[in-house]
Design a protein around this ligand. Structure first.
Ligand SMILES: *Cc1c(COP(=O)(O)O)cnc(C)c1O
Length: 333
């Protein structure tokens, strides 16, 4: 593989360790890959992608980076601080709940519009634009208008797709698969990760394809068409590095743990956050890793997952701090 421009930001390899107490409790050999501990911008899976995306932006002389996401986006938070330290201007279009209407909206308050990731976005001086809730397509239009606004001012603008899910984003996780193989010694039967914009799962699925490790993505979005989207984005990645493409069937996805919808919490997810915190002292997030871990626990209990399992902790803890203060009352015991 030829080398791609790369802006060093994070500390690799992230730790891999066993969850001994949970393994004993659940009767499996359970491990955790700590991408919550990248050592940059409060951690999270987006740091890996940003090293390649912003490496590319810098190499090609871009001045402003424009992206989008939900208001508690972990990607926007990591992007904002990465741009700041690398000397790039950053702007992001956001909505609280950027849903597709057919997927519906939860009928209770979402994560609040203050605190959590938003406090950190402001600390990075990023140009944060908040638009009224609508669907993803409308949000992408706002992103494009924002990019054009900067171009009209004469800047060279680098556009980044939601969640950093481009071919370069997938490349970062294709390399992360190798990192895990080197650390693991013995291969895992299952790798379980939260999934949404896709490049985490795409890169890992390509990286483990043809091995004995099955990659399972537990979705944070109630959109079954994601597997098709992942396959399409995967093709662009395969083309980038010159390997043969996988199809939608190669992406192992589960949509059973989304709860009321994207960008908010679920009862099972909060219970899973509590379980991980009380058993292992590790904090998960309400939107992605908590729901993914709720899925992992349930799939183990129902006998669908067993053996040697690694949970990829994708980070996201800052959004936990944007939950209402009564979070303890929300957790159903
Ligand atoms: C973005 C994110 C994910 C999903 O990763 P994708 O590559 O967008 O699918 C999972 N967990 C957390 C905490 C995230 O911020």
């Amino acid at each position: 593989m030829s080398e791609f421009p790369h802006a060093p930001l994070i500390q690799l390899p992230t730790p891999l360790h066993k969850l001994s107490r949970l393994s004993q409790k659940l009767g499996v050999d359970l491990w955790i890959k700590r991408d919550d501990l990248t050592g940059f911008g409060e951690g999270g899976n987006k740091g890996r992608k940003l090293e390649y995306l912003l490496g590319d932006a810098l190499e090609n002389g871009y001045e402003v980076v424009v992206s989008c996401g939900s208001s508690q986006s972990n990607f926007v938070r990591q992007l904002g601080v990465a741009c700041k330290v690398l000397g790039l201007k950053c702007a992001a279009a956001t909505m609280q709940l950027p849903y597709d209407t057919p997927a519906g909206k939860p009928n209770f308050e979402a994560l609040n519009l203050k605190g959590g990731n938003i406090a950190l976005d402001k600390l990075s001086d990023l140009d944060l634009r908040v638009y009224p809730d609508d669907d993803w397509m409308v949000l992408y239009d706002y992103q494009e208008k924002l990019a054009q606004e900067y171009e009209e001012k004469g800047f060279k603008v680098y556009r980044i797709a939601v969640g950093g899910s481009s071919a370069l984003g997938a490349l970062a996780f294709y390399k992360a698969a190798d990192e895990l193989k080197k650390q693991a010694g013995e291969p895992f039967d299952w790798l379980v990760t939260g999934t949404s914009s896709g490049s985490t799962q795409i890169g890992l699925t390509y990286g483990f394809h043809g091995s004995e490790t099955k990659v399972l993505g537990i979705s944070a979005d109630p959109e079954p068409e994601l597997a098709e989207e992942f396959a399409e984005n995967g093709e662009k990645f395969a083309e980038l590095i010159g390997i043969s493409p996988l199809t939608a069937r190669d992406f192992n996805m589960n949509f059973d743990y989304v709860g009321p919808g994207y960008a908010t919490w679920s009862d099972d997810g909060l219970a899973a956050i509590r379980e991980m915190w009380q058993t292992e002292g590790i904090l998960l997030d309400p939107i992605y890793s908590g729901k993914a871990f709720a899925g992992l626990l349930d799939l183990i209990k129902t006998g669908k997952l067993s053996g040697r399992i690694v949970f990829w902790h994708t980070g996201g803890a800052p959004s936990f701090y944007a939950l209402p203060e009564s979070v303890d009352l929300l957790i159903k015991r």
